[in-house]
Design a protein around this ligand. Structure first.
Ligand code: FDA
Length: 389
């Protein structure tokens, strides 16, 4: 065998795995540089983990699968690694940890660890012709016009999901999984803006407000942003992972506020104010303008009965919207679904029926919420495999 371990994909999971497993290791990526998604993540500061990580922060057909790997490599283990390398970090909100400096520091740390581990990193190299041979696997590696056939004892799929094809996402791991007859969970874009017909939110692009957005019974209290294509912002991205084509989402425009009490109080103070302008005390004025038209609000506050104010408050708490679609893999931060966890050992991410074949990171049907959870899964699943390799 030419190698003990060949890892396909030098992203978050592949770099971590190559950095941590011993032996003759080859790390292959078709991109020009390793860890490109790390570099652009978190607005260039990389939200590298979330200290509140539990399996409940992930979507998977098997909600228990991620528990073992997450327990054996915790957010604090990654924080220790980052701190040991002198990378300064801060907590932004809700346990989300970011670099003080730049996401490139995380890429540099990981590529430094890969080099220190003695692993061979080959970029601009694509893999094909993967097959099982006695004692391992054989595959072809192509760089430019040169193709080389190599053999390895273990093969790790770490090529991520389909999100952002412009950055090299390829769905390659799924092809190999299909070749080995592994069960798959249907994939779809997640953590993605939702689209609406162009005229739906006319005049609102750029407006943001705190909301609670619910899709399929799961709600998120975060900011929502109107865009030229529809809705975005963390609340929408989070809810998009639970949204299915054709379904409606519910937007609470006044989360944490008793809108009925607020409107009644205002009626007592400024009864002659129009209902339309009264909304400005609860939501941005541009959105009041929009909703006044959509809901045909007329009259002054003083003209409204308690029942009418209660109905308006209820509408504010449950603005029901049916997206036309999502922006798709072009802008999705992650891919839902992928290689079914039924095929894998939760202890070491090895394919149960194909000894020596492993799958880690985003290509597996484990998808985190927004907020550092996806990188934590990449680190933890990579470590689970690395310990066994
Ligand atoms: P990843 O996509 O990182 O790596 C896969 C690698 O495989 C790539 O280097 C690719 O070039 C390579 N590859 C693909 N096909 C190949 C082929 N056929 N042959 C060879 N190589 C191939 N998460 C988080 O926790 N915090 C954050 O702040 C962010 N921010 C963020 C911003 C943006 C814009 C995006 C798109 C995503 C995020 N994420 C995130 C999500 C996070 O980036 C993602 O979950 C991890 O990078 C997944 O790690 P993987 O190693 O599994 O795939």
């Amino acid at each position: 065998m030419d190698y003990d371990v060949v890892i396909l994909g030098a992203g978050a999971a592949g770099l971590m795995c190559a950095a941590q497993c011993g032996g003759r290791v080859l790390l292959v990526d078709h991109a020009k540089k390793p860890g490109e998604k790390i570099r652009i993540s978190g607005g260039g500061r990389c939200n590298f983990t979330n200290t509140d990580t539990t399996a409940a922060n992930y979507l998977s057909a098997n909600p228990h699968f991620a528990k073992s790997a997450l327990a054996r490599y915790t957010p604090w283990d990654f924080v220790s690694l980052v701190s040991e390398h002198g990378i300064a970090w801060h907590e932004k909100t809700l346990g989300q940890l970011f670099c003080d400096g730049s996401a490139q520091q995380i890429v540099d740390m990981l590529t430094g660890l890969v080099a220190r581990a003695g692993a061979d990193l080959r970029l601009q190299t694509s893999a094909s012709g993967v097959e099982r041979v006695a004692g391992g696997f054989a595959l072809s590696l192509t760089r430019g016009d040169r193709t080389q056939r190599i053999s390895t004892r273990a093969l790790v799929l770490a090529t991520g999901g389909k999100s952002i094809p412009k950055m090299g996402a390829s769905g390659f791991a799924y092809e190999i999984a299909r070749q080995f007859d592994l069960p798959m969970v249907e994939t779809r874009p997640a953590l993605v803006p939702l689209t609406f017909p162009p005229e739906r939110f006319a005049g609102l692009p750029g407006t943001a407000l705190p909301t609670r957005v619910t899709a399929d019974t799961t709600g998120f209290d975060e900011a929502m942003l109107f865009t030229h294509r529809g809705l975005s912002g963390p609340a929408i991205l989070q809810a998009s992972s639970y949204w299915h084509e054709g379904e409606a989402i519910s937007v609470n425009l006044t989360p944490g506020t008793d809108a009925f009490a607020a409107l009644r109080r205002l009626r007592g103070e400024v009864g002659r104010r129009s209902l339309h302008r009264a909304l400005d005390t609860l939501i941005p004025a541009k959105l009041s303008d929009h909703l006044a038209g959509e809901w045909q609000l007329a009259g002054n506050l003083g003209d409204q009965s308690d029942k009418a104010l209660a109905e308006l408050a209820a509408r504010l708490g449950n603005w029901t919207l049916t997206p036309a679609g999502s922006e798709g893999y072009r802008t999705a931060e992650v891919t839902l679904g992928g290689i079914s966890t039924d095929a894998l050992s939760s202890k070491d991410m090895q394919v149960k029926d194909v000894p020596g074949l492993y799958a880690i990171g985003e290509c597996v049907d484990v998808t985190g919420w927004l907020g550092g959870y996806n990188f934590q899964w990449a680190w933890a699943s990579a470590m689970a495999a690395a310990r066994a390799l």
